[in-house]
Design a protein around this ligand. Structure first.
Ligand SMILES: Nc1nc2c(ncn2[C@@H]2O[C@H](COP(=O)(O)OP(=O)(O)O)[C@@H](O)[C@H]2O)c(=O)[nH]1
Ligand SMILES: [Mg+2]
Length: 362
């Protein structure tokens, strides 16, 4: 009898030890179906990671991707926007890709992240910083970037940077991916939820930029969000396979309706427009879009690259791609060389006027 009791206790302790640890000391923590599994074994049913329109209420995990190049001057503003995001920070992982950078972007990142991640309340779940140079030959100044002839080169490199970033950072538990540029002046803090609620596979806001009063006060910024047209498809047939069509330039008469030009300041912020090409300033996409194989072409696909190629590819794959016509994100205003000259002239004029006034008063 006593022998049986002792044997039972030994057996029971052995079973408990089997459940809670190996000889190596590692624990068996997980239970899948009828099986206890070692904690190095992970299981995900992708049916549970589709991306819900009310992802916030469902506690869905989101990956935020931010490409960076010589972005040190805009980091303080970028981080103030990130800190204000109302999507719960513990559900957000952020991944940065720093490329072809000659300023102290990386040091700036570390400084801001040390502070933000040190706060137990506002910290994001996980931060990943990747670095890879792609040999971007086009300068990062506003005039360098926006010439028609450099757009193709620039967009192809950007496409590659985005693909490397996403492939390194996307985890099976992410249901949504939010792409965000660093150089945004203002954006609603609720933007993730605001985009998500529309239940699209890929969705972008309208993107404008503020201007000084003497330049008109404001202007559409992102012309990469558009609907396809017959003239543009005909134009594409006449172009070299590697050439990238650039919107907003006389060289490429596409006659495409642009999301940017349809905006009305008092318009309903929930109005949607189905899109083919999209811009990259602020894109919310279901993670499954990428799992299906959509990407940002780092080459000319149908005479488009990067985000415009991505939008067209998503449509071709049967995903829903849309833009919010009257919901606006404001891109930073960077004065061009011409603007700087004009600003200097105006300052000089002001100075002379003040001098004239002072002399008259004397
Ligand atoms: N990784 C990487 N990021 C880039 C590159 N060029 C620009 N960026 C970043 O990508 C975002 C958009 O770039 P930006 O030059 O502002 O584009 P634009 O506003 O369309 O002219 C910003 O966050 C930049 O810092 C690049 O070659 N590689
Ligand atoms: Mg920009």
């Amino acid at each position: 009898m006593i022998r049986n009791v002792i044997l039972s206790i030994v057996f029971f302790l052995g079973f408990v030890r089997f459940l809670t640890g190996h000889a190596s000391g590692q624990k068996i923590l997980k239970y899948y179906g009828n099986f206890y599994m070692h904690n190095t074994v992970e299981y995900y049913d992708f049916n549970d990671y589709q991306g819900a329109a009310n992802g916030k209420d469902k506690g869905e995990r989101l990956l935020m991707c931010i490409p960076l190049r010589n972005a040190a001057p805009v980091l303080p503003l970028m981080f103030s926007h990130l800190e204000n995001l109302t999507y719960p920070h513990h559900l957000i992982d952020i991944a940065f890709m720093v490329s072809d950078t000659t300023d102290n972007t990386k040091d700036g990142l570390y400084t801001h992240l040390e502070r933000i991640q040190g706060q137990s309340k506002n910290a994001f779940n996980e931060i990943m910083i990747f670095e890879k140079d792609f040999g971007q030959l086009v300068g990062q100044g506003v005039d360098d970037r926006h010439g028609v002839h450099v757009q193709g080169i620039r967009r192809k490199v950007m496409g590659r940077a985005r693909n490397w970033l996403l492939s390194a950072a996307l985890r099976p538990y992410h249901t949504w991916v939010y792409w965000r540029d660093a150089d945004i002046e203002t954006a609603p803090a609720t933007i993730i939820e605001d985009l998500m609620k529309h239940d699209q596979d890929v969705i972008v806001p309208n993107v404008w930029r503020p201007l000084p009063e003497w330049l008109g006060g404001e202007q559409p910024y992102d012309l990469n969000s558009w609907q396809e047209t017959e003239p543009a498809l005909e134009l594409a047939k006449t172009l070299d396979e590697d050439e990238v069509i650039v919107e907003g330039y006389a060289e490429y008469p596409t006659w495409r309706p642009h999301l940017a030009y349809l905006r009305a300041p008092e318009g309903n912020p929930d109005d949607l427009l189905e899109l083919d090409g999209i811009g990259g300033v602020s894109i919310l996409a279901r993670a499954k879009v990428f799992r299906h194989g959509a990407n940002f072409p780092g080459f000319a696909l149908w005479n488009h690259a990067e985000t415009e190629g991505f939008g067209k590819m998503c449509r071709r794959m049967g995903f829903r791609v849309a833009g919010l016509i009257h919901y606006t994100v404001w891109h930073q205003y960077e004065p061009s060389e011409d603007d700087l000259k004009k600003i200097k002239e105006m300052e000089e004029l002001e100075r002379l006027k003040a001098l004239g006034n002072a002399n008259t008063n004397n």
